[in-house]
Design a protein around this ligand. Structure first.
Ligand code: AMP
Ligand code: ZN
Length: 460
């Protein structure tokens, strides 16, 4: 069966045909590193990790290249650095913020079971490529210099008589509508009110680099140009898949397409544009002011990363997801069970019943339903399929041990109490045996008696 993916640009599910099956190329917009990533940010990480794993399964590990950038130059980073390290020169403070946040991000996404991408380029290491693209855009008449800024003109792009895509095609908007809807208090140096920044001057003390297009003052890049430059450097002028959250379609991805296609005289930047839906928490938009803003880091204190991963994948990636405690508890129970039956068995080939829904535009909810069916019929295929989806990174004992640790339950103490209870039962002291059971329940431990003896587990 072939892989079919929903493409935001053509607004339909299309069969995936790679430009080169020996070098399948995917770019996903990564984090701006200034603070802990929240659980919404985990969604593209997990969704595109599943796609990465599926592509590796289909084309071979050596034939898939996945690039996810790190944006390490941004006003939010500067503000954070000035706030957190007021005594340090700004550039040093910025380095501290981006390094520390980058480390936290890696720790978080590793715990979610996400493979590291093939390349994780940093924006500040691609300034030369950004300057090069900007030079080309100015020469081609798509961009202009004004007051030490370089601006891209969507109007110039749409006026060009060529095979370029239409500005607005990806986000399905017309330029006229955008012009009409644009803010009126527009920066004076912009010729058109939909023009966007490719390069801007830096204030004293801010990170700065030699400017392109004959500007003498030093400056720094706009956000959109970063991704065009990094995708170009690592994947070429035209590649297979470009992904990110739905909020990035406009203006970020629309602008990326505009920059790359105009600089390289191409009809397309990527052949498939994929966007994950948004995540909200207990039916509300997640925001700092509502007090329901949850970081991955916080969640990982209460839940193993694979529980968060399963919980994310229960919903199809294009649908909105409602992140609830109830659903997390169910995901934890499911994984406890799968670990018990499948973590220590020899993994078989991933089942067709799991792979097929994945091939249909990553239908993970259907794939998970198939996993539930395999649970009762073929635990080897269950194990293989779970591994394909990035689960079962630990043994059953490690999983159980971590659960006990997280719950603060001391396994030796539990064993001691169970031995005491067994002794009480054998001398028919049922009062004492019930008392010990109550102690265990209060500790969060459930026990089960059978012919083979007493087994126990931590109930969350
Ligand atoms: P940002 O750091 O805001 O640029 O976001 C990084 C990635 O997370 C982007 O792909 C966003 O589209 C995605 N993202 C941000 N918030 C959410 C959310 N609440 N739900 C799903 N994806 C999100
Ligand atoms: Zn991007």
């Amino acid at each position: 069966m072939e892989l079919r993916l929903y493409d935001t640009l053509s607004r339909e599910k299309r069969t995936f045909v790679p430009l080169d099956p020996n070098n399948v190329r995917m770019y996903v917009c990564g984090p701006t590193v200034y603070d802990f990533a929240h659980i919404g940010n985990a969604r593209p990480v997990i969704v595109f990790d599943v796609l990465f794993r599926l592509l590796r399964h289909l084309y071979g590990e050596a034939h898939v290249k996945y690039v996810r950038n790190i944006t390490d130059v941004d006003d939010k980073i500067n503000d954070r650095a000035a706030r957190d390290f007021p005594g340090l020169p700004l550039n040093e403070a910025i380095r501290k913020v981006t390094e520390e946040t980058g480390r936290q991000f890696h720790a978080d996404v590793d715990a979610l079971g996400a493979l590291r991408p093939s390349v994780e380029p940093r924006a500040t290491e691609h300034i030369a490529e950004m300057r090069e693209i900007i030079e080309r855009l100015v020469k081609g008449g798509f961009a202009y210099v004004a007051e030490d800024h370089v601006l891209f003109s969507p109007q110039a792009m749409n006026a060009a008589n060529s095979s370029l895509p239409r500005y607005g095609a990806l986000s399905n908007r017309s330029l006229d509508e955008m012009v009409a809807g644009a803010r009126v208090d527009i920066a004076p140096y912009k010729k058109g009110n939909t023009d966007f920044v490719l390069w801007k001057p830096s204030k004293p003390g801010e990170p700065s680099w030699p400017s392109p297009a004959g500007i003498t003052a030093e400056g720094r890049p706009g956000w959109h140009i970063e991704c065009s430059a990094m995708a170009w450097k690592h994947l070429g002028e035209h590649f297979d898949i470009h992904g990110g959250g739905i909020d990035l379609v406009f203006p970020h991805h629309e602008n990326e397409v505009a920059q790359s296609c105009c600089a390289f005289h191409r009809e397309r930047m990527a052949n498939y544009w994929m966007h994950n839906g948004f995540l909200q928490v207990e039916s509300e938009k997640m925001s700092k002011s509502l007090g329901n803003f949850i970081t991955i880091h916080e969640l990982l204190k209460d839940w193993p990363g694979e529980v968060l991963r399963l919980n994310m994948l229960k919903t199809h990636y294009r649908s909105p997801i409602d992140w609830t405690m109830k659903s997390l508890e169910e995901s934890a129970k499911t994984l406890d069970d799968w670990y018990r039956v499948a973590a220590d068995v020899e993994p078989g080939k991933p089942a067709a019943s799991v792979v097929e829904p994945l091939l249909d535009d990553l239908n993970t909810s259907l794939a998970i339903a198939a996993l539930h069916s395999l649970r009762g019929s073929d635990v080897h295929a269950l194990a293989g399929s779970l591994r394909l989806l990035g689960f079962l990174s630990e043994s059953a004992a490690q999983w159980e041990g971590r659960k006990q640790q997280a719950s603060g339950v001391d396994a030796n103490e539990v064993e001691r109490l169970i031995a005491e209870r067994t002794a009480a039962r054998s001398r028919k002291d049922f009062g004492e045996s019930d008392r010990i059971r109550d102690v265990l329940v209060a500790m969060g431990v459930a026990i089960k008696d059978s012919k083979e003896g007493t087994t126990w587990e931590v109930v969350r």
